[in-house]
Design a protein around this ligand. Structure first.
Ligand SMILES: [Zn+2]
Length: 257
């Protein structure tokens, strides 16, 4: 018998298929990333039309088809994040996060904690006044940490000198996921983290998406974007993931090029 799953799902991406169908990528609570076919949803009369908008949150029923894509049978839209969809910057950063998740999430491996974090992140982008870049990079750093990819930010891995408070410059080694201080020597390919930059990264990592506002990082976001962007590139390259996404990321960080 074909297995049916009823699950909460955040739509990450969709592309049209055939006359009226759409292939969706969703981050589901029960089954992690699932790609599914939504038959006939582009027809005006389809009752599932509202469910397939990227960056919305729904209850969906999916049927496994054995080898092929899952099929959407029915569902109910829970949250459409209206403001996020109407604000160009907010939507751009939310799309960037959706694309990021598509790159890092394995297929059909449940990760309800990360799914919940992403839901809270969309909610924050939709309902709070925190600048969208602060929310987005906070999510990226928190997600990379959750997935085990980011350098341990707790000071020099050799001499133990702590992070920002000690006023020392630390170098992040993406390769072995550690920090090394100036006095212990720069690791090959290390990324220079000033005390201010490290403090900003720590503040973003500690940001509670359910709270009313993110940290104030005036003047620090360029540095954060450059560092977190490079970390992200490293992770994706290691996973041999799409050059297309890395290109998009570079465009996002440097919109004039
Ligand atoms: Zn040291």
């Amino acid at each position: 018998m074909r297995k049916t799953t009823v699950t909460k799902a955040i739509m990450l991406h969709g592309r049209n298929y055939g006359e009226a169908d759409r292939i969706m990528v969703a981050f589901t609570k029960e089954r992690g990333r699932v790609d599914f076919m939504a038959r006939g949803v582009r027809k005006i009369k389809s009752k599932n039309r509202a469910l397939i908008q990227p960056l919305t949150y729904s209850d969906v029923e999916l049927i496994e088809t054995g080898g092929g894509l899952d099929l959407l049978t029915q569902g109910v839209l829970i949250e459409s994040f209206v403001r996020l969809h109407r604000d160009f910057d907010r939507y751009a950063y939310a799309s960037f996060l959706g694309e990021f998740l598509i790159q890092v999430l394995p297929e059909k491996e449940p990760d309800p904690e990360l799914c919940y974090l992403f839901l809270q992140t969309l909610n924050h982008l939709d309902k709070r006044e925190t600048p969208p870049e602060v929310v987005a990079w906070a999510f990226v750093l928190q997600a990379l940490d959750h997935l085990g990819y980011r350098p341990a930010f707790d000071g020099c891995s050799r001499c133990g000198v702590p992070g920002p408070d000690a006023g020392v410059v630390l170098w992040a080694s993406f390769e072995d996921g550690t920090l090394v201080c100036d006095r212990c020597g720069r690791p090959p390919g290390g990324y220079r983290l000033t005390p201010e930059l490290l403090a900003s990264c720590l503040a973003l990592e500690a940001m509670d998406m359910r709270g009313p506002a993110g940290p104030e990082l005036t003047g620090q976001m360029d540095g954060v974007e450059a560092f977190a962007g490079q970390l992200l590139e490293h992770v994706l390259e290691r996973r041999q993931k799409s050059a297309r996404f890395i290109r998009k990321l570079k465009e996002m960080r440097n919109p004039t090029c």
